[in-house]
Design a protein. Structure first.
Length: 202
């Protein structure tokens, strides 16, 4: 299943080689949230140097490592590239919808697995205190970190990790609500309109 074009235009592949497109050189996914600014899972950025390839660009741009901003608590980070291609666009964020208010059948995960497009429905199960994250089912495969968990065309969460145990079918995601106040809201600036009132994500 292909993601809607509005989501595809915001997706970015990360590579550890600017020229190779072999699966072994694929690192993970990110998503444009503002002009030149990419949101992803922080652990992916340990693989420096990295290049970002917007979904429809066919060209890889070096990440500006001095612009990496990691959230102090959660596995989420923001990084910049020099330009945003004409065929790429930022996607709106959703920092206000509570998990209980997510519409059944309207939550999807979009990104790449071994650099190939992946887009499928998921269910957000619950907030796990021990993980400081929400769990989803089915779990995303290894290599899907940084993918966008979307609800009605807006990014509700970022895929952070999955459970290696094959008997566990859950994945772990960080909700935009968890990193919005005093961090992500400042990093997206006027490119994202802040909601009039934030609700607790749980």
């Amino acid at each position: 299943m292909a993601a809607p074009e509005s989501i595809q235009r915001a997706l970015v592949r990360f590579w550890n080689d600017p020229y190779s497109r072999a699966p072994g050189n694929y690192v993970g996914t990110g998503v444009f949230i503002a002009r030149r600014r990419i949101l992803t899972a922080a652990h992916l950025l340990a693989h420096q140097p990295l290049w970002a390839e917007p979904r429809f660009s066919g060209q890889a741009f070096p990440l500006q490592s001095d612009t990496v901003r990691r959230h102090p608590k959660h596995d989420v980070a923001v990084v910049d590239i020099d330009v945003i291609p004409d065929d790429a666009a930022a996607i709106p964020l959703d920092p206000s919808t509570r998990r209980a208010d997510l519409s059944a059948g309207e939550v999807t995960i979009s990104g790449f697995w071994e650099a190939l497009d992946e887009h499928y429905p998921v269910t957000v199960l619950a907030y796990a205190e021990d993980l400081a994250a929400f769990t989803i089912e089915p779990k995303h495969p290894r290599g899907h970190s940084g993918s966008a968990v979307c609800h009605r065309g807006r990014v509700w969460a970022i895929a952070s990790g999955h459970f290696a145990d094959p008997n566990v079918s859950r994945g772990k995601v960080i909700a935009i609500q968890q990193v919005w106040d005093a961090w992500l809201d400042a990093l997206v600036g006027t490119d994202q309109a802040a909601p009039a009132e934030l609700a607790e994500a749980v």
